[in-house]
Design a protein around this ligand. Structure first.
Ligand SMILES: NC(=O)c1ccc[n+]([C@@H]2O[C@H](COP(=O)([O-])OP(=O)(O)OC[C@H]3O[C@@H](n4cnc5c(N)ncnc54)[C@H](O)[C@@H]3O)[C@@H](O)[C@H]2O)c1
Length: 334
């Protein structure tokens, strides 16, 4: 459904995820898809037909066409699922267009820093699709943290695992998957100051497909991340547990079950499918809606939720975990 004030959205990268973004924008009354861009012509053409918008075969051509664009979704992939993001993102930001990028912000942390710096220089909203925390369960739990329901925060344990046989890079599992888990951990506990990691290659694998990562947060919370590309759907997708001086919450599978346990009683509160969100796949819709809402409100770039700066901070933790494993040491973040 379109509205008179619908934001005009260009999608760059029309693979599976670009098409998922496009469907969310199409269904959201705050937006309309005005351009479908892919360097593979057939993909751009197919999307153009589906979303009734012109096709472009490069960001340069799209910008040169003079078409009005309020914001872009950047859904390319590349090495470690982030190697292709840099160039088109820099072109879009350079043209003054707010960007919602896919994760990882980049597989090369230095390029991530450049992208965040350009958005800051241009004073543009630049956000990443860190969708795992855009769930009513996570928002409720964060409200409990902010209100002091947990008391002083003590411990966070996060697990995120899927089955992914991709063997293209030794660090693929860390760089491509864990922007999500680390972002959820930072959402509840803030910045990370020190990292220590152990990793192992699963049966028949050549990459570091399993990882155990310890983190010390700036507020002294001690955290742990379990990650794997050798899991099955039967293991569930993820679990996040936070304990504090007054109680503990656990979120199962991003949105499905939120459990509160007070420290001094056995009276649990259990919420199933808060806000009617039934599964992880619905997070694309909620995350994109929040991006649109913030753009429509004229959000200050520094206030954007799930910002590129947050994504960069998560990527810095990933690089610290890699360094820790390679050097058998604890790595401090600056
Ligand atoms: N947030 C999530 O939950 C989630 C889930 C899965 C994947 N992802 C991310 O989504 C991104 C896309 O994944 P995918 O599976 O759709 O990848 P894909 O490879 O299927 O699609 C990427 C598309 O980008 C195009 N492309 C590359 N460079 C381009 C450029 N310069 N200009 C225009 N188009 C260009 C490619 O031709 C391709 O069609 C990845 O970064 C991945 O990590 C996010």
């Amino acid at each position: 459904m379109e509205s008179a004030v619908a934001l005009k959205i260009a999608i760059v990268g029309m693979g599976g995820i670009g098409n998922t973004h496009a469907r969310c924008y199409q269904e959201d009354p705050l937006s309309e898809v005005v351009a479908a861009c892919d360097i593979i012509r057939e993909r751009a053409d197919a999307a153009a037909e589906k979303y009734d918008a012109p096709a472009f075969y490069s960001v340069k051509d799209m910008l040169a066409s003079g078409i009005a664009i309020d914001a872009a979704s950047m859904c390319t992939a590349g090495k470690e699922n982030g190697g292709d993001h840099y160039q088109p993102t820099m072109e879009l930001l350079g043209a003054g267009i707010p960007v919602l990028g896919e994760k990882p912000i980049s597989n090369e942390v230095e390029k991530g820093r450049e992208m965040v710096a350009l958005a800051k220089e241009k004073h543009l909203p630049y956000s990443i699709n860190l969708n795992h925390r855009f769930t009513p369960a996570a928002v409720r739990a964060r409200q409990w943290v902010d209100e002091g329901r947990l008391g002083k925060l003590h411990i966070i344990n996060m697990t995120l695992w899927i089955n992914n046989p991709n063997e293209t890079s030794p660090w693929f599992h860390l760089r491509a998957l864990h922007p999500h888990s680390i972002d959820v951990m930072r959402y509840f506990c803030g910045p990370v100051k020190s990292v220590q990691a152990f990793m192992m290659k699963g049966e028949g694998r050549t990459i570091w497909s399993n990882a155990q990562v310890n983190m010390l947060f700036a507020n002294d919370v001690v955290g742990h991340l379990t990650g794997s590309y050798d899991a099955g759907g039967s293991f569930g997708l993820e679990q996040c547990e936070v304990t504090g001086s007054k109680g503990r919450f656990v979120i199962d599978d991003a949105c499905e079950v939120l459990t509160w346990t007070p420290r001094d009683s056995r009276e649990k509160e259990v919420y199933h499918y808060l806000g009617g969100m039934m599964s992880f796949s619905e997070t694309f819709k909620s995350r994109i809606h929040r991006w649109l809402e913030q753009l429509a409100e004229g959000v200050k770039p520094e206030d954007v939720d799930g910002s590129a700066a947050d994504a960069l901070a998560a990527q810095e933790v990933i690089e610290a975990a890699i360094e820790s494993w390679e050097t058998h040491s604890v790595v401090d973040l600056g």
